[in-house]
Design a protein around this ligand. Structure first.
Ligand SMILES: *[C@@H]1O[C@H](CO)[C@@H](O)[C@H](O)[C@H]1NC(C)=O
Length: 98
């Protein structure tokens, strides 16, 4: 019985660790905060919270908050083909850290 309980507690503990929760927002502006689709998400396996900074040159435009795959972290991507806007993936891995 005791073994069963410890096993269950361990399982619950791991389940708690796995399910990282993050803020979600499609457009977050520096002065207005989230203006489009705010909410929260539970990330999948090998995903983490991200604040994606979209900027035009050195000028930050807005942020997108969500979960993202770990391999995107620290990356800089063009928002679209030939777009002058770049997305920078700034990850963190505690609940609602983004
Ligand atoms: C967050 O990411 C999920 C999975 O990639 C995507 O389906 C969803 O549209 C995203 N939400 C926002 C607000 O960008």
């Amino acid at each position: 019985m005791k073994v069963l309980f410890v096993g269950l507690a361990t399982l619950l503990c791991f389940a708690g660790d796995e399910a990282l929760r993050c803020n979600v927002c499609r457009r977050k502006l520096l002065i207005f905060g989230c203006v489009q689709e705010s909410g929260e998400a539970t990330c999948g396996l090998r995903e983490t919270c991200v604040a994606i900074k979209a900027s035009l040159g050195k000028l930050p435009l807005y942020y997108r908050l969500n979960c993202t795959a770990l391999h995107n972290c620290g990356r800089m991507k063009s928002a679209a083909l030939n777009s002058p806007i770049f997305d920078y993936y700034n990850c963190c891995n505690t609940d609602f850290c983004n």
